[in-house]
Design a protein around this ligand. Structure first.
Ligand SMILES: [Zn+2]
Length: 166
């Protein structure tokens, strides 16, 4: 399997990175020069797989981050949310998850669609003062057959990360 493609854009002390494809042993992601970087943002929309070696490398990489660097994640797909939920230390505590995908499926025709949920509009993390919040749409219509779609994950498991303490 070919490794990921990493598209990096540096603007002053901010670095934006797009991770495309498969994260395994060979990825340039963990080699990005983060000296003097104050804000690292990863767009993970097109990350489509991570194997156990990739998870190990990822945990080691983010484990070196310090809270003086803002670390934000956008468009986290299902597979990344699963890692965040399951792997202790996959992301540092101060990581800001600014948006993620919520998968839906059609029980009539098996079509799939993911909704992009955005922090502040669609969800809030739990805090000392309040529990986590999520605004789910009343109805998600199948793009293919117009039937009502169902959430394709178990909400209590998938949304577990919203309760992680900052
Ligand atoms: Zn359908």
């Amino acid at each position: 399997m070919s490794s990921s493609k990493i598209v990096t854009q540096r603007k002053g002390d901010r670095v934006d990175v797009q991770v495309i494809g498969f994260v395994g042993e060979q990825t340039d992601l963990f080699q990005i020069d983060l000296r003097d970087v104050k804000h690292l943002e990863l767009n993970l929309a097109h990350m489509n797989y991570i194997n156990s070696v990739g998870v190990g490398g990822w945990v080691k990489w983010t484990g070196r981050f310090t809270p003086d660097m803002r670390f934000t994640l956008v468009e986290c797909p299902h597979l990344v949310i699963n890692q965040i939920n399951m792997v202790v230390g996959f992301i540092p505590k101060w990581t800001e998850i600014l948006s993620f995908y919520l998968p839906y499926a059609c029980t009539d025709c098996n079509a799939e669609k993911s909704l992009l949920m955005k922090l502040g509009t669609d969800y809030e993390f739990a805090s000392a003062a309040a529990p986590s919040k999520i605004n789910l749409p009343e109805k998600v219509e199948c793009p293919n057959c117009k039937a009502e779609m169902e959430m394709d994950v178990v909400p209590s498991k998938y949304l577990f990360f919203l309760n992680r303490s900052a």
